[in-house]
Design a protein around this ligand. Structure first.
Ligand code: CS2
Length: 423
């Protein structure tokens, strides 16, 4: 096995090119310098056409509370639609490819065995081809999604799709790395393209708007080549779990609570939700519960939640709650349920219960109001919401989070639904 030499160049393949990767990991890869990036889209192929028409270049608007900083990011060589499985397999079998990063969202890890729809299944095909091509150089798979132990989740999902021989080969040739990635990235507003054009001259169909804060922490165990991300302020650690949990439970947990409770209370954006007295009180309660599950000193947690509050209050970021409300059935089991379980049940975690009750209330209002809910289980949500009886409705919804119908959470959620702030 070669000694790690991160400064060597190589190719990075990114899977799931959306706003988040373009605001964050790819910016860090550009700063690291020297690496070639080939990206694949998520479900919609439109991003491939748009970015290729701009030779992979796009504008990045860093939107602080006081003003914008606009720059161009030019690190992507080519973008392919997710459906181009052959190209992905070819790239993974090529020794020049040393790193694969993923932003495929929580639900992408449970996508099954069909390479047409499953990223883990596609990676498995690529690794098999890499082994068959006799490539000795290690490859690293890096998950950048909001899951506890995201590398482990990815490893299991890929291994499940592999033949025996490739599975054994992976031990010496594949590193699966967990990472925590943080940068709030709303959908770009309609003026973003003009802002990029005025500042840089680029006619940009897919500009990115993001916040000034940025953090990326990775497990420090790459055996092969990787970009020199340290140059971009990226951190490497042997103890990633605490960073992951802190972010998932404090940032993402509060986001999820605000997304549902905020909309039920009649507001649309994160800055409005955190300024809403009653919603903010729920966030404070959720934070005090989540903090009790984190093995970190109080002053560190104070500084973290203070910084979060300032980020949420950014008056110029315009982060819409509807963005965060997507995929609740994939997010609540990672963000809220573990805290309730670790604290010993719903009675000791009323803030987390309110996040779940806000979700059941919001999907109910939304579906009954004739709107769609963006979620991998949207059909089952609609069927549950159609139930007239409250206990049946709530227990059917909670079953979609894998909570049993007799769980005390069902009654706690029903009681909390009635207490949620309304307009
Ligand atoms: C949000 C995240 O969509 C969501 O559920 O909570 O996208 C959040 O903005 C990022 O994790 C911030 O790093």
């Amino acid at each position: 096995m070669s000694t790690p030499s991160p400064s060597d160049v190589g190719r990075l393949v990114h899977l799931g090119i959306g706003n988040f990767a373009r605001a964050h990991t790819l910016v860090a890869t550009q700063r690291a310098g020297g690496w070639s990036v080939v990206a694949f889209t998520g479900r919609s192929a439109a991003m491939a056409d748009a970015l290729n028409a701009q030779h992979g270049e796009y504008g990045l608007i860093v939107r602080g509370a006081e003003g914008d900083e606009v720059s161009l990011v030019d690190v992507i060589d080519a973008v392919h639609p997710a459906s181009d499985v052959d190209t992905l397999v070819e790239l993974l079998a090529d020794p020049f490819t040393a790193v694969v990063t993923l932003t495929i969202t929580e639900k992408g890890y449970a996508a099954g065995s069909d390479p047409a729809t499953s990223v883990p299944a596609r990676i498995a095909l690529g690794l098999q081809a890499r082994r068959e091509a006799g490539v000795a150089e290690p490859i690293a798979l890096v998950s950048c999604d909001n899951l506890t132990g995201n590398g482990e989740v990815l490893r299991e999902a890929v291994l499940a799709e592999l033949d025996e021989e490739t599975r054994a080969w992976c031990e010496d040739h594949v590193d699966v790395i967990s990472s925590m990635v943080d940068r709030i990235t709303p959908s770009a507003d309609e003026n973003a393209a003009q802002t990029v054009r005025d500042a840089t001259g680029l006619v940009d169909a897919v500009p990115v708007v993001t916040e000034p804060f940025t953090e990326w922490v990775l497990e420090d165990r790459f055996r092969g080549r990787r970009p020199e991300w340290e140059k971009a302020g990226v951190q490497f650690t042997d103890d990633l779990e605490v960073h992951e949990r802190r972010k998932l439970r404090l940032l993402n947990g509060a986001h999820t609570l605000m997304a549902y409770a905020g909309q039920v209370a009649g507001v649309e954006r994160v800055d409005e939700a955190i300024a809403h007295r009653e919603v903010r009180a729920l966030v404070e309660q959720l934070w005090s519960e989540a903090r009790a599950t984190l093995p970190l000193p109080a002053d560190e947690l104070d500084a973290y939640t203070d910084a979060l509050e300032e980020r949420f209050r950014n008056p110029r970021l315009a982060d819409n709650l509807i963005r965060i409300a997507a995929d609740g059935t994939a997010k609540l089991p990672v963000r809220a349920l573990p805290v309730i379980a670790e604290l010993g049940g719903p009675d000791t975690a009323p803030g987390e219960v309110s996040a779940i009750a806000a979700w059941t209330a919001w999907v109910t209002d939304r579906v009954r109001g004739g709107h769609e809910v963006q979620d991998p289980k949207s059909e089952a949500i609609a069927a549950a919401v159609a139930l007239e009886d409250t206990t049946e409705r709530v227990s059917s919804l909670l079953a979609l989070l894998d909570v049993p119908a007799i769980d005390p959470l069902v009654d706690a959620v029903i009681a909390e639904e009635r207490r949620l702030p309304r307009p």
